[in-house]
Structures are given as structure tokens and as C-alpha cells.
Design a protein around this ligand. Structure first.
Ligand code: NAD
Length: 245
């Protein structure tokens, strides 16, 4: 059995931390008493009230760079217990016949390839400690498939498959690997949609509203905690009642 005394303060790395859900997750984990490193591609965009103990650059499409960035952040924190990956892009919302192959490949490389790179680099640090939490933000689009969002939906379905596979593979290691599948959340990502598309997305949610970044951060807080110790390879719902499974 791999158990660790977790009375001591814990450390987390948040990837895709300068905006939207990632920024909210940083705030929440700091409020929970964790020491947090914030990593993002957009290093010029840190929120003014950024509470992270460490900030750094990462491009999740560069696997070697991901390992170096996560390793550097962990070294700066004196170790890491939790890695949350919020990096992702929506890409163009266009009919599939008008979507270039290169666009599809770019979105898959970032959303799915990035999730794999973050998972792999995180496991290398967490497995020797015998404790850890890896959390990815997938999407309801990966379960249901949103029209005109083939690449995005496929990338998020891939993230769901990734956490199911890796969660099972390392189930006995003390490291859990899970995802959250949100419906539309009020962030810059959905503000990039047309008003018509936003109306469609909202109408699909039985609660009749978009989610908030703080609701996602609250769920991350639970999954990241030692209390969430018997769940791995799972996709947590955050859809205001939209998801059927
Ligand atoms: N907003 C929604 O409605 C919604 C719904 C379901 C899932 N999601 C997913 O949640 C995650 C967070 O989305 P958000 O709404 O907070 O978006 P956001 O655009 O506010 O934040 C995404 C962050 O990822 C960073 N990023 C982009 N490319 C990167 C790269 N190559 N390397 C490192 N970082 C990179 C961006 O700089 C940004 O800070 C994404 O994976 C998104 O697909 C969002």
C-alpha cells in the first residue's frame, strides 16, 4: 500500500494557468493552502493578483519542453503532489468539409498530444513519490461530439481515453489520473464563439446557464485532495445536468 503523510503543505503545478479555468484553479489551490506553480504559453498575461509562488513558460506541444518546464517548476516548489492541465484551444467552429487537415492536426496535437506530454512528465515525478494527482480538463464535447467542432470533440474524446488508460495502468501506484468534462463555462474560450453559437451551447444545459470557473476550480480542489483517494481513470461531470453519463 502506498500512503503518504499529507499533513504537510502540498505543492501543485497548474498548466494553462494564466486564463480562464487555470487561473481560477491557481487561486483555489492557493486558498486551499497549497504552494502552486503556474505555467502557460502566454506568459505576458498573468492576472494582476496572480497568487502563485512560481510562474513559468510552457508549450504543451513541445514534449521535451513540457518535461523541462514541469521538472523546473517541481524543483522550484521542492517537489510536486498535484498537476492540473487546463491548456487547450477550441479552434475554429466550422463545417468539417471546410476544415483543413492541418487545423485538425494542430488541435489534436495541442489538446491531446499536450495532455499526453503533461501526463508523462508528471508521472515521472509522481510515481517515485508513491503519491500524486493528475487532472485534465476534457469536455462534454468529447462525450457527445459537438457539430462543427470535429477536431475539438475528437481531441477531448482522446483525453477521456487517455485518463481511462493511464488511470488503470497506474491504479496501484498512489497516483490517480482523472479528468473533468465541463459543458460551457464562462471563460475567454467561449467568449470567442458567435452569440448564436453561445445561445445554442447554453440551451443544451438543463440548469439554463453556463458554469463558472470557480465551480470547476472547486471540483479540481476535491479531486486534488487526499480525500479523493479511491477514484482514478474517471471523468467527473460538470455540465449543469447536460451529460447523460
Ligand atoms: N470554456 C469552456 O466552455 C470549456 C468547456 C469544456 C472544456 N474546456 C476546456 O477547459 C480548458 C481550459 O479552458 P478555458 O475555457 O479556461 O480556456 P482559456 O482560453 O481561458 O485558457 C486556456 C489556457 O491555455 C493556454 N494555452 C493555449 N495553448 C497552449 C500551449 N500550447 N501550451 C500551454 N498553454 C497553452 C492559454 O494561454 C490559456 O491561458 C481547455 O482545455 C478547454 O478546452 C473549456
Amino acid at each position: 500500500m502506498t500512503m503518504q503523510n499529507l499533513d504537510t503543505p502540498r505543492a501543485a503545478i497548474v498548466v494553462g494557468a494564466s486564463s480562464g479555468m487555470g487561473a481560477a484553479v491557481v487561486r483555489r489551490l492557493v486558498a486551499d493552502g497549497m504552494t502552486v506553480a503556474a505555467l502557460d504559453l502566454a506568459t505576458a498575461n498573468w492576472p494582476a493578483d496572480q497568487p502563485a509562488a512560481y510562474t513559468g513558460a510552457i508549450d504543451v506541444t513541445d514534449a521535451d519542453g513540457v518535461a523541462a518546464a514541469i521538472g523546473g517548476a517541481a524543483a522550484a516548489l521542492g517537489g510536486v503532489d498535484v498537476v492540473v492541465n487546463c491548456a487547450g484551444i477550441l479552434g475554429p467552429v466550422t463545417p468539417t468539409v471546410e476544415t483543413e487537415q492541418s487545423t485538425f492536426e494542430r488541435i489534436i496535437a495541442l489538446n491531446l498530444g499536450g495532455a499526453f506530454a503533461v501526463t508523462r512528465a508528471s508521472l515521472a515525478l509522481l510515481l517515485p513519490r508513491g503519491y500524486g494527482r493528475i487532472i485534465h480538463i476534457a469536455s462534454i464535447a468529447g462525450k457527445e461530439g459537438n457539430p462543427q467542432m470535429a477536431a475539438y470533440s475528437a481531441s477531448k474524446a482522446g483525453v477521456i481515453g487517455l485518463v481511462k488508460s493511464v488511470g488503470k495502468e497506474y491504479a496501484a501506484s498512489g497516483v490517480t489520473v482523472n479528468a473533468i468534462a465541463p459543458a460551457s463555462i464562462e471563460t475567454p474560450l467561449i467568449q470567442g464563439m458567435t452569440p448564436e453559437r453561445r445561445d445554442v451551447q447554453r440551451s443544451l444545459i438543463p440548469m439554463g446557464r453556463f458554469g463558472t470557473v470557480d465551480e470547476i476550480a472547486g471540483l479540481v480542489s476535491f479531486i486534488a485532495s487526499p480525500d479523493s483517494s479511491f477514484t482514478t481513470g474517471f471523468v467527473f461531470d460538470a455540465t449543469g445536468g447536460r451529460a447523460d453519463y
